[in-house]
Structure formats: structure tokens, C-alpha cells
Design a protein around this ligand. Structure first.
Ligand code: HPA
Length: 275
């Protein structure tokens, strides 16, 4: 067994010993989305630092807890806070929690994030359902992994974000009065925000929103055969889109906090519908 396999097994064994529920759905709660885990009645909750081999979050706004709860009768594992490459973790480390939860039986992934909007129609506070992505991290969580332990490296990404889930999310957003778009998410390494010239480049490349996460998790989910829904909270306009307006993390967190209750309600109603 290689080292990554051993770490996944050790963390999964630990969680099996401490929690009898095996999750069906994983929700990765990014900046602004963490409220869902506080809103539900947990069956189980634990700080990441107590789980063997889980990395530690170093980002304000990412609390670092695994919460397992039943939502509309579905056992859901919520990762309240995620890991980014810019924290110094490898793509394999950032995706270890997802591999552990898949090992416990999860079959679906809802991945959420905060993102800067590039489409001029987008406004802070809007929801973007991810239709496709651009991996500009230039790294892959599959790099160097043996096919014998982890399965094929040559993952098909054509239908990474299936349309039936996107349609469900669209319909629900409309029902709840949440302004919602569908678009392409570009993942960049960060942690500095983009220059206006970089934002122009991303727009030319076909991106509608930009962030620093999500793509490694989606690649791993596809390797594991999990169905994926990706959601971005548009927290700001990309650098240079609004003249003389800078981008800062406090603003990203403030817009996320403002949308927390609404977006948690959205997830709580969406989860029971996912099949
Ligand atoms: N750029 C990159 N990542 C982000 C942004 C942004 O403008 N907003 C939130 N995450």
C-alpha cells in the first residue's frame, strides 16, 4: 500500500469507529457557504485536526470541521472549510478528505466556493452554477498516483457537471428568488488576486468566474465516479471590471456572510432532490 492509500484508510477507519452513519452526499463548504453545517442538527461533528492525516485549514472563514447530518432523510457529510494549494498543500493533500468520505460510501459531491465574477452581467451575491471549468492551476491531484490503487488516470471530463443536476439547481434558485447564472469556472493558484490584465485574459479564455479551489476536488470526484454539482457564490467583480475598485478578502467574506443564510436554505432544499 502506498502512503496516500494508508492515510486514506487510517482516516476512514477512524471515522468508521467514531460515527455509525455512512454519508451518501459530500458537501464541500467554501467561503460563504459554511452556514449549512451550523444550521442542521448534527449526528456527528469533529474538528479536522482530530482526524488522522487531515490537513489543517489556515484560512480565515474556513472553520475546519467535518459535520455529518441527515438532510431530508439523506446522510450528508459537510466539510466546513477546505484546503487550497496556496496554503502550501499538494493537490493530493487538498483532496484527501474527499477520498476518505468516498471510502465511507459517498456517491455524490456538491462543491461550493466563493468566486470573482467576470461576466459583466454578474453581481456580487449572485449564484453561478458551474457548467464547466478551466484548470489553470497547472497541477493535478492524479499526478503520480498508481493506476493499480487509484484507477485510471485518464479521466473523462466531458460531463463533469451533469446537466440534470444543474437544471434542478436552476429551478430551485428561481423558486427561491436567487439570481442565478450558469458558467465556466477558472481555477487559478492565487493567493494574490488577479491583475486587470489577467482578468481580461481569463475572459478571452472563456471563463465567467475565477477562484482558487474546486477543480482538484472535481477531478478526484470524477476518478472516484462521484456525481458532481459545482456552485459559486459571486462575491466580487474580477479585478479591473469596475474602475478603481480593488479586490480584498474581507469583501469576499462579507458578501459570503451576507448570502450565508439564503444559500444554506438553497442547499438544504436541493440536497433531498439529488438522485
Ligand atoms: N479571484 C480569485 N479568487 C476569488 C475571487 C477573485 O476575484 N473572489 C473570490 N475568490
Amino acid at each position: 500500500m502506498d502512503d496516500l492509500t494508508q492515510r486514506i484508510q487510517a482516516a476512514a477507519d477512524f471515522l468508521r469507529c467514531h460515527c455509525s452513519v455512512s454519508p451518501d452526499i459530500v458537501v464541500i463548504l467554501g467561503s460563504g457557504w459554511g452556514g449549512l453545517a451550523d444550521q442542521v442538527t448534527p449526528d456527528y461533528g469533529i474538528a479536522y485536526e482530530k482526524i488522522p492525516h487531515f490537513p489543517k485549514t489556515t484560512v480565515p472563514g474556513h472553520s475546519g470541521r467535518l459535520v455529518i447530518a441527515s438532510i431530508g432523510g439523506r446522510p450528508v457529510a459537510m466539510l466546513q472549510g477546505r484546503f487550497h494549494l496556496y496554503e502550501g498543500y499538494s493537490p493530493q493533500e487538498t483532496t484527501l478528505p474527499l477520498r476518505v468520505l468516498a471510502e465511507l460510501g459517498a456517491r455524490f459531491l456538491i462543491v461550493t466556493n466563493a468566486a470573482g465574477g467576470l461576466d459583466p452581467k454578474y453581481c456580487p451575491g449572485d449564484l453561478m452554477i458551474i457548467r464547466d471549468h478551466l484548470n489553470l492551476l497547472l497541477e493535478s491531484p492524479l499526478r503520480g498516483l498508481g493506476e493499480a490503487e487509484f484507477g485510471s488516470r485518464f479521466i473523462d471530463m466531458v460531463n463533469a457537471y451533469p446537466s440534470q443536476w444543474r437544471s434542478l439547481a436552476q429551478e430551485l434558485a428561481q423558486k427561491l428568488g436567487i439570481t442565478c447564472h450558469e458558467g465556466v469556472y477558472a481555477a487559478v493558484p492565487g493567493p494574490s488576486y488577479e491583475t486587470p490584465a489577467e482578468i481580461k485574459m481569463l475572459r478571452i479564455l472563456g471563463a465567467d468566474a475565477v477562484g482558487m479551489s474546486t477543480v482538484p476536488e472535481v477531478i478526484v470526484a470524477r476518478q472516484l465516479g462521484l456525481q458532481v454539482l459545482g456552485l459559486s457564490c459571486i462575491t466580487n467583480l474580477g479585478a479591473g471590471i469596475a474602475p478603481n475598485q480593488s479586490v480584498n478578502h474581507a469583501e469576499v467574506l462579507a458578501v459570503g456572510a451576507d448570502r450565508a443564510e439564503r444559500f444554506s436554505q438553497f442547499l438544504e432544499q436541493l440536497i433531498p432532490q439529488l438522485r
